[in-house]
Design a binder for this molecule. Structure first.
Ligand SMILES: [Zn+2]
Length: 446
């Protein structure tokens, strides 16, 4: 209804300014010998012309000739009586001269009053088409909309049909539920419509359908209504034809893009969360292990860093492996060495964290496979028995950084064994940053 009122804007402009460009183009093509209000739709109307013709009926009821010299007005056919009612004269007799008595003899009392209320302009002023529902005489979408939605709706008997299916009347029930085009789109998108009694209204059925829908279907419902509304406007204002195939493609593409963005966001926030080191629960000690390996000297240094639930370092060890040929073997050795270290520290509940996914996977699997590190893994399994509880977790590089730095420092200072006097400043600093990052991340989730 709103955009028909807007279309009315165009009809208004064309009829009130017959010399404007669009008015002249339309006149040349569709109504050379008449005016816009009496022109026929014709056999090959453009979309613009067709919608102008349908809006014309709406606006025609609000058009009024403001009497000037009377030259343009046919007093028997044209609307020129001011006031809200019918603006045309309902009289059969044609009289040659207008006098007060004459007016009273051909029209009823009320019409006569309306005629005499017309402010007379000078002889030279031209007759002008005005919009009677607005004091300014200018057509406004708002005033037409107001006219349509108040009691005038009944008196004007305007049927505003849905521009999509051209069957139903264009109201919210229709546009959000019963429109055939919308239902077709939903069927194509496999939207499940729950069975409810026929008695319930469209709004109820919409709410039921929406709340019962899965996440993806909810997306489809919202996007389809929004894009149909967008297409209607494009159709009305730009004359762009609706292609259902293209519309379905658009809806699916949009939904896909939306889901992709959501997944990427989730993924990055999840991996962000994983990127930081987290302290274990109270009573549990977390051991981060890592290794450095230089193929030039065939030396590998493993590191194990034990921290409690407050993130404090409670022990550290580096260990030197000589004659190593395989980096992967070193990772398994680092895990094995960390368990030996934990045993020596007398720990009971452990979380073992390393950044070699293969090692973590193999120790979790505990089965006989053809891994070259299988003997080491089997030894790890054996070592586990001395603890009450051991959990293995994969840590991304950044979350395991403190253990990595410890291994590098061990190589740099050639220090192997327990770090009884405490770790180097670099490791301390990293451990402190781990704690800070964890604090920050737990605050930001609130
Ligand atoms: Zn419809």
């Amino acid at each position: 209804m709103r955009y028909l009122s807007m279309r009315g804007n165009e009809v208004w402009r064309i009829s009130s300014q017959p010399n404007c460009f669009s008015a002249r183009v339309l006149k040349a093509r569709y109504y050379i010998f008449t005016d816009i209000l009496s022109a026929k739709v014709g056999s090959y109307p453009s979309f613009t012309w067709r919608s102008i013709c349908s809006a014309r009926e709406l606006i025609a009821d609000g058009l009024l000739w403001r009497v000037g010299n009377g030259a343009s007005i046919n007093i028997w056919d044209d609307p020129w009586l001011p006031g809200r009612g019918n603006s045309r004269v309902l009289a059969q007799k044609i009289m040659p001269n207008w006098t007060t008595e004459l007016v009273h003899t051909i029209v009823d009392e009320a019409t006569a009053t309306r005629i005499f209320s017309i402010p007379l302009a000078g002889c030279n002023s031209e007759d002008l088409l005005v919009w009677k529902f607005e004091g300014s005489g200018e057509y406004t979408v708002k005033s037409k909309y107001r006219v349509l939605t108040t009691e005038n709706l009944q008196t004007l008997r305007i049927e505003v049909t849905c521009p999509l299916c051209k069957v139903g009347s264009e109201d919210s029930d229709h546009l959000m539920w019963s429109c055939g085009i919308l239902q077709y789109v939903w069927a194509a998108l496999k939207i499940t419509i729950p069975l409810v009694g026929n008695l319930s209204c469209c709004k109820d059925r919409f709410v039921k359908t929406f709340s019962a829908a899965e996440e993806q279907q909810k997306h489809f419902i919202v996007i389809s209504i929004w894009s149909l509304w967008y297409r209607i406007n494009k159709m009305i204002h730009k004359g762009v034809k609706l292609s259902l195939q293209e519309l379905l493609g658009f809806i699916k593409g949009y939904e896909h893009e939306l889901r992709f963005i959501q997944e990427t966001n989730n993924l990055s926030s999840r991996s962000m969360a994983k990127e930081i080191w987290r302290p274990p629960k109270t009573g549990v000690i977390k051991i981060n292990f890592d290794a450095t390996f230089k193929s030039s000297d065939k030396c590998a240094i493993t590191a194990a860093l034990a921290r409690n639930s407050s993130g404090d370092i409670i022990g550290a060890e580096t260990y030197l492996f000589e004659d190593v040929v395989d980096a992967f073997m070193v990772e398994a050795r680092a895990c094995e060495r960390a368990l030996i270290f934990a045993g020596m520290m007398g720990l009971r509940h452990l979380i073992m964290e390393g950044n070699s996914l293969t090692v973590i996977k193999s120790v979790k699997k505990q089965e006989n496979d053809k891994l070259i590190v299988r003997p080491i893994i089997n030894h790890i399994t054996l070592l586990e028995t001395q603890f009450d509880n051991v959990t293995y977790r994969f840590a991304p590089r950044l979350a395991n950084e403190a253990a990595h730095i410890l291994a590098i420092e061990g190589r740099r200072f050639q220090r192997f064994g327990f770090w009884v006097e405490g770790v180097t400043d670099a490791v301390k600093e990293k451990a402190m940053n781990d704690r800070l990052d964890w604090f920050q991340s737990s605050y930001s989730t609130f």
